[in-house]
Design a protein around this ligand. Sequence first.
Ligand code: PLP
Length: 395
Amino acid sequence: MLKPNTHYAELKDSYLFYNIAQKTKAYVDAHPRTHLYRMGIGDVSLPLCGAVIRELYGAVDDQAKQESFHGYMPECGDPELRRTIAEYYGRRGISLDPEEVFVSSGASDELGDILDLFDVSNSSLVIEPAYPAYVDANVMTGRKVVHLPSGKENGFLPVPDEGMEADLLYICSPNNPTGAVFSKEQLKEWVDFANRRGAVILFDAAYEAFIEDPELPHSIFEIEGARTCAIEICSLSKTAGFTGTRMGYTVIPKELERAGMKLNDMWVRNRTTRTNGVSYILQKAGAAVFTEEGQKQIHANIQIYKNNAKVLMEALDACGIWYCGGKNAPYIWMKCPEGFGSWEFFDHLLNEVQIVGTPGEGFGACGEGYFRFSTFGDPEDTKTAAERMKQLLMK
Ligand code: PLP
């Protein structure tokens, strides 16, 4: 008899954004004319940049004509785009073979799909608070999840200790939700640990473009030894506003092997079986992000989000509230005022000043007592919200 994947029954209800939506809806129903300041969900608000839009139109025109029409694209990505992305790394001093770059439909897809390369008996370490998809993707496949809590005492940037037992190590830097960024020295500890243990780091670099401190690493491959222990998963979602357009890329070095099997070769085999590649139109649009013009335009948008972060950080500073993130990441992670749990603070902000944020508890138990602001909102809204929050918290 058919048996479903019963591991799905082990998933915890994904109540975080559902609860936020329910509570927000209840508030709006009761106060229909009230404006809400939405700083909860990490979705972008600015449109795609001009260079991307121009390529999108051009690619659609190509598909309309016999002589420029494209059918299936290569499963691992257009060779030209793979080379372009390798050159992007090259500008930061990282040498990649274009065949080490795989064009994807986004980071979420890859974070789950990549597990295909590893036996289900492997365990996965998740540094918490964490982007919820890491835990869920592992639970769905029946893998053991090792939770590594982090906190204010280590700036939400824990380093490994020898007692830890895990085969796959999820590291997200800049981090969602805390906005904290690992230094090169801290990442070196993780790389050395992984190489000693034969573990593999799954490095989520979805927010690398938000890093402004020159000494902070954008990529795990800036760290010596990473080519034998790490896979990097990237996304254009937040970098270039592709949340609704969908494109990302994954880097798997050719040296990376376990038990004599090369993970790059395995991923080629996986992609050629499990996908038929990203569409021609989207790959043309994605390529525009890496041009000089595209980089200028996406960084102008990122700067608008960074100004939002600055406005919020100034308000929190004025109130003497502890927070991290904001400077090198589009998230600000604040300590809730004395006496407030995450959800109580959510209710307080919503009811008193109509601000919607995200309770930290939704990112893992150690997030209780913390609160996340996304800085992807409208600048005028953010300014007003920061002022309203300041007035409330200084009372
Ligand atoms: N990784 C992290 C840390 C994220 O915060 C997100 C989206 O919020 C993703 C991955 C997913 O990115 P994508 O839109 O490319 O699937």
